[in-house]
Design a binder for this molecule. Structure first.
Ligand code: CTP
Ligand code: MG
Length: 241
């Protein structure tokens, strides 16, 4: 299969709170984007890459210009939401691809094997495939307390989904190229129907496409907060040891 990889790196990193785009933040001496590019290139699955970076960002553009070697790496300006950035990067990948993998720069330490697992499932005939891990916590659904109950607490438990069937999903998420392009085309015109769509797989699920699950990795954690960055530093140090 001819596979293109999108890396979305256009977020501002509000929750990390460093005052710079998250993809520029350092981890074991390199930026998060450099780690993410390394993983993709080491996996050997990408025929080409497109990276969405924050508007006006020259540092991340420079990193992309130096990356890739024989693999072409293009850059686009990201949008105001993650989905918008994915849509722009898809357009920047160019034609002639069988499949596309969409990856978060924030999952900087995702092992190359995860990319290969996703690519292998696509090669075996999946139209959509995502990496996932079992959930460690028991997960509850919540609903607002009644006016009488509100003096006790604002929310109460509505239910408890069976933990054994829950999965926490990661990236890269892989798709048949045409199906993903159609799904993003719909999203651009969807308005408020698009609210609550939090990953790319949801877009194709609503079209009835079967989304297969392959094992993710605890190292593919999404670096969101300072605590995540501390965890990632420890993981990177373990790798170097
Ligand atoms: N992303 C993007 N364009 C946006 C928003 C997010 O490309 N407009 C990317 C981020 O760069 C990140 C991934 O989507 O790689 C997941 O987003 P998240 O972890 O929320 O990153 P940020 O939006 O940067 O962080 P925050 O929400 O804390 O500001
Ligand atoms: Mg965000």
């Amino acid at each position: 299969l001819r596979i293109g990889v999108v890396i979305v790196a256009a977020g501002s990193g509000q929750r990390l709170g460093y005052g710079i785009p998250k993809a520029e933040v350092g981890l074991a001496g390199r930026t998060l984007l450099e780690h993410a590019l390394d993983s993709v290139l080491a996996s050997g699955v990408a025929a080409c890459l497109c990276v969405a970076v924050p508007p006006g960002d020259t540092r991340l553009r420079g990193i992309c210009a130096r990356a890739g070697g024989k693999t072409p790496v293009t850059v686009v300006e990201g949008g105001s939401s993650r989905a918008d950035s994915v849509g722009r990067a898809l357009a920047g990948l160019g034609p002639g691809l069988d499949a596309v993998l969409v990856h978060d720069a924030a999952r900087a330490l995702t092992p190359p094997e995860v990319f290969r697992r996703v690519a292998a499932a696509l090669a075996s005939g999946a139209q959509a495939v995502i990496p996932a891990v079992p959930v460690a916590d028991t997960i509850k659904t919540a609903s607002p307390s009644s006016p009488q109950e509100r003096s006790i607490a604002g929310e109460k438990v509505a239910g408890t989904p069976e933990r054994a069937i829950l999965r926490a999903v990661q990236t890269p998420q892989g798709f048949d190229a045409r199906i993903l392009a159609e799904a993003h085309g719909w999203l651009e015109s969807a308005g408020e129907d698009a609210e609550g769509i939090t990953d790319d797989a949801m877009l194709v699920e609503r079209r009835g496409v079967t989304v297969f699950l392959v094992p993710g990795s605890e190292e593919a954690l999404k670096i969101t907060t300072e605590l995540d960055l501390m965890t990632a530093e420890a993981l990177a140090a373990r790798r170097l040891a």
